[in-house]
Design a protein around this ligand. Structure first.
Ligand SMILES: C[S@@+](CC[C@H](N)C(=O)[O-])C[C@H]1O[C@@H](n2cnc3c(N)ncnc32)[C@H](O)[C@@H]1O
Length: 278
């Protein structure tokens, strides 16, 4: 039996990674998040919890839908990203949008049935299966009857080229000593079956799931590397000692070459877009 997946590390983020995420996530996570919002009918006046809000780009967009009388709370365990998120609270959103440190598994500061909608965009893969169930139970508790949970992100039913490359390289010498089970720091992407059964177990009455296949287009291999490393807030290189990281990153960049299409790079990713109903 493979060992259980390790919990994600939250102490590896840096100001540089947080800023890189802010600069690059518009091409990937924000796009997927906006597709997810189109499934959630967020109207003015809605109360929305954005769980794992990162640097707050999607939460600010949600706040523009829920304003002026709605309320949007973004929570995230990474302080550096919450600091960047707070900069998005423009004067017209100051009564609508708030950001706090927090994790999906513990929403105890929020009362029962206090939100219309909860959003988890590119967050589920960072939770172990046990944490995913705890999170879904908490979300079920804080949603009003008829409330919706939107979940989106990399699909566990499909291969993700970035994490296949990572697995191939980190499983070789000299890196593999630091990467013994292929799971350290890797996102635990959820499958549609697992999400359906976990949401049922958490109490949701029904759910719908579909897949989307956006192409990720960037101009340089360096930008690709920045996207994956900043999305993983320091977890992408596993437990590799810092002196080995540059060599491993060079090998990854070499593999990215196969996605070159003329002057740009293009990678097809499959995302899962799901809504669960209370
Ligand atoms: C790829 S980013 C997505 C950020 C944002 N949702 C977006 O759409 O840009 C993943 C985020 O999930 C957060 N995260 C990881 N584990 C979490 C947990 N247990 N509870 C809440 N958020 C978590 C990370 O801190 C990180 O900001």
């Amino acid at each position: 039996m493979p060992p259980p997946p390790e919990s994600t590390a939250y102490d590896l983020d840096t100001n540089e990674l947080a800023s890189q995420y802010e600069a690059t996530s518009g091409k990937a996570q924000l796009k997927t998040g906006i597709v997810l919002l189109s499934e959630l009918s967020i109207n003015p006046g809605a109360c929305v919890l954005d769980i794992g809000c990162g640097t707050g780009l999607l939460a600010a967009h949600i706040a523009s839908l829920a304003a002026p009388h709605g309320r949007v709370v973004g929570i995230d365990p990474l302080t550096k990203r919450i600091d960047l998120a707070r900069k998005k609270i423009s004067s017209d959103l100051k009564d609508t949008l708030v950001f706090e440190n927090g994790v999906a598994q513990d929403l105890s500061r929020f009362g029962n049935e206090s939100f219309d909608v909860a959003v988890m965009n590119s967050v589920m893969p960072w939770l172990t299966p046990g944490e995913q169930l705890e999170a879904l139970r908490e979300v079920f508790r804080i949603l009003k009857p008829g409330g919706r949970l939107g979940v989106a992100g990399g699909s566990g039913d499909h291969l993700n080229p970035f994490f296949e490359i990572r697995k191939r390289i980190l499983s070789k010498d000299p890196y593999q000593t630091y990467y013994p089970d292929n799971t350290i720091g890797a996102p635990k992407r959820i499958t549609s079956d697992a999400l359906t059964s976990l949401s049922k177990e958490a109490g949701f009455s029904s759910s719908k799931i579909r897949f989307d296949s956006p192409a990720l287009v960037v101009q340089t291999r360096e930008a690709l590397l920045q996207m994956v490393t900043s999305s993983a807030f320091g977890n992408y290189m596993g437990k590799l000692p810092s002196e080995m990281q540059l060599a491993a990153q060079d090998e990854m960049m070499h593999e990215f070459e196969k996605y070159r299409r003329g002057k740009h790079f293009e990678i097809a990713l499959t995302t899962l877009i799901a809504v669960a109903y209370k």
